[in-house]
Design a protein around this ligand. Sequence first.
Ligand SMILES: C[S@@+](CC[C@H](N)C(=O)[O-])C[C@H]1O[C@@H](n2cnc3c(N)ncnc32)[C@H](O)[C@@H]1O
Length: 354
Amino acid sequence: MTNSIILYCRTGFESDCAAEIQFHAEQLEYFGYAKAAAESGFVEFSCYQNEHTISLYQAIDFRNLIFARHWFLALLELELDERNRVASILAIDQKLPPCGSLRLEYPDTNEGKSLSAFCKKFTRPLEHALIKHQWLSKTQNLKLPAMQLFFTSGTHCWLGYSDTRNGNPQANGILRLKFPNQAPSRSTLKLDEAFMVLLNDQEREQYLENGQHAVDLGACPGGWTYQLVRRNMFVAAVDNGPMAPSLMETGQVQHFREDGFKFQPERNNTSWLVCDMVERPAKVARLMLKWLANGWCRYAMFNLKLPMKQRFAEVNQDLNMLREGLAELGFESEVRAKQLYHDREEITVFARII
Ligand SMILES: C[S@@+](CC[C@H](N)C(=O)[O-])C[C@H]1O[C@@H](n2cnc3c(N)ncnc32)[C@H](O)[C@@H]1O
């Protein structure tokens, strides 16, 4: 039986997700091919040598994948008997490792979402049977792999497992956040999610301490500034447009009607630079390089807008330019990137000098 890796992604980004896994596979010399149907919301990647697929899944750090929301190792593609789906699963001729949790998921497409109720309903009886047959631990154990079923219809799925320490723990790889009513724009959720996904607990506590100074380039109407203000920061909001009066009333925001590419901070104690300007990604990456290299900020969180076709190639080039540019100047850096759930034709990047 052929193993494959199933990678979930945003609809419309299948070819980028495929290009990315292909790139990593080639770097590791585990050659293979991707199947990436347009608008399907997922990619299937298999190595020419079956055992390489497992090695590839184990070798890649999930945090280094930009376009994948979650991934798992699929052992089988199954057609279930709709009169007895549980029996079809128990009848498989394939050994899974002992699993400590169960995830029934589906692509983030309209068709996929219509499977949500079915997956919810099917979870209990399946879990019960899997525990009875000792495929699944009696109580949830996140130290063990999670058993994964990925449905594309009520009878078709891939079955496999994911490493709970090397994937996204959120159902379907999606972090759902509540829109704060006082925020002036929906893009506020992008920065909120970025802090949750691109920083770990300890970093959030340390890097987002109260009372810091931040600069927001392309700030209007203030969705990102709102997230900084909420975290008790003082913000220089740079944009020619109007800022939401509610933010200006906090006394924590100073509005500069200037060009974000020319703006320079007056003070030398800016911790955060955030940037959501709609511009060519290479130009934004160069600007971030300038800020970090000049020590104008300690941390940068920014969007790279990707209206082009070859998005992975573009992102790879821009992030390499940033990393290499900093290295040439003698700086060791950390650069993490992800296409977040709240990102559309864009990705979000966190960068800092170590
Ligand atoms: C996507 S919106 C930002 C939304 C904002 N992050 C929020 O959450 O409300 C992009 C903003 O970038 C601004 N912008 C584009 N080019 C700019 C530049 N060169 N300098 C300053 N602002 C710029 C636009 O005026 C626009 O308000």
